[in-house]
Design a protein around this ligand. Structure first.
Ligand code: NAD
Length: 338
């Protein structure tokens, strides 16, 4: 089986190398076609951040495993990450946040386990970047929420919740203020809920949800939200389980799916071989399961969990009184624990 791989910018190539070395050591039966995507491709003159050949390869192979990519600053340049999600209609962004032993947080220290899955609508909302100046002093942004777009991501969330054996599915929204846009999303949520009577479906206003997640995260299971609110709530959830280094993500579409970490290119630590590859590795494990390579995924996941439990850590987490390891050493420690 062949997949497309884009190493990304900043820490992207370092963490991608670490993850692919782990896959190789576990004899994961995948071939990789490296594609040109990212800031350096904008710099080469491709205005959407990818070459036509990269686009063709991804469309042919159907799976893209990608490192984080930088959006060049300045007006008129769109994020290649957002372009990729839109071009291939990866309408559902699934982000799993779980307590990992060895990654100390306020909750793990209190013995409170967290297992929250966020499903974020990935295409619509304010991410169209449709903005203009109405007058010199007034900027206007348009927000699109559609019934078909909402129905497909909400249906995905319910089906995934059912497969996962979840008890509860919650819709986060601001329909009390944005009555038409969030109102439509919420209406679609309860329409789909009728098809899944065994799931306990409820809704929470997003500001209350943010507070509840910080105070009692263990009461949540699967949460579905519109694009911007989902983006913010998922970074909050990353904080609950130890930070961005532990936040994987899958962009799911009907034809193409993209697996990547939630975090960005971390320019402050790029090129130092000290980044934490765990989020990209967890994204890679979700990809292996998506492709049916479940035995590899289980072995690598067990080795990762054991490595974390034994206190091996990169500099961004763990017991600061113990020396940290670099990206390569962290990957080698996982390999040694197969
Ligand atoms: P960031 O996630 O890159 O970094 C935020 C902080 O977290 C930094 O201090 C960084 O060092 C730390 N961090 C992130 N990942 C880490 C890891 N794996 N190990 C250790 N520490 C880690 O966010 P930012 O600085 O706001 O964004 C930088 C660039 O990344 C921007 O150009 C942004 O557009 C882009 N970005 C890309 C994606 C993506 O490709 N999907 C996502 C978010 C941001």
């Amino acid at each position: 089986m062949k997949i497309a791989v884009a190493k990304g910018d900043g820490i992207g190539p370092e963490i991608m190398e670490a993850v692919l070395n782990i896959f190789k050591a576990n004899q994961v039966d995948l071939e990789y076609e490296y594609v040109e995507m990212g800031k350096w491709v904008f710099d080469k003159g491709f205005s959407n951040g990818m070459t036509p050949e990269a686009q063709r390869t991804i469309e042919e192979l159907g799976i893209l495993f990608k490192g984080p990519m930088e959006t060049p600053k300045g007006k008129g340049v769109k994020s290649v990450n957002v372009t990729a999600r839109k071009t291939w209609n990866t309408y559902a962004n699934k982000r799993v946040f779980q307590t990992l032993h060895g990654v100390d947080t306020v909750f793990s220290k209190a013995g409170i386990p967290i297992d929250v899955t966020i499903v974020r609508e990935n295409i619509e909302d304010t991410y169209g970047g449709i903005e203009h100046m109405l007058t010199h002093d007034v900027a206007l942004s348009r927000r699109f929420i559609t019934r078909p777009g909402s129905m497909q991501v909400i249906r995905y969330a319910f089906e995934m919740a059912q497969q996962k054996g979840a008890r509860r599915i919650t819709c986060g929204h601001k329909a009390n203020i944005m009555k038409l846009t969030d109102g439509l999303f919420l209406e679609c949520f309860y329409e789909v809920a009728k098809e899944f009577p065994e799931l306990n479906a409820d809704d929470k206003i997003v500001d209350d949800l943010a507070m509840q997640l910080v105070v009692k995260p263990e009461q949540y299971d699967v949460i579905v939200l519109t694009n911007l609110q989902g983006d913010i709530i998922s970074d909050l959830c990353a904080g609950l389980v130890g930070g961005l280094g532990f936040a994987p993500s899958a962009n799911i579409g009907d034809h193409i799916s993209i697996f990547e970490a939630v975090h960005g290119t971390a320019p402050d630590i790029a090129g130092k071989n000290i980044a934490n590859p765990t989020a990209l590795l967890l994204s890679g494990l979700a990809m292996l399961r998506h492709l049916g390579l479940t035995e590899n995924a289980a072995t690598i996941e067990n080795a990762l969990l054991y490595t974390l439990e034994t206190g091996v850590h990169t500099g961004d987490f763990g017991d600061k009184s113990k020396p940290s390891v670099n990206t390569t050493e962290f990957a080698n420690a996982i390999i040694a624990n197969f």
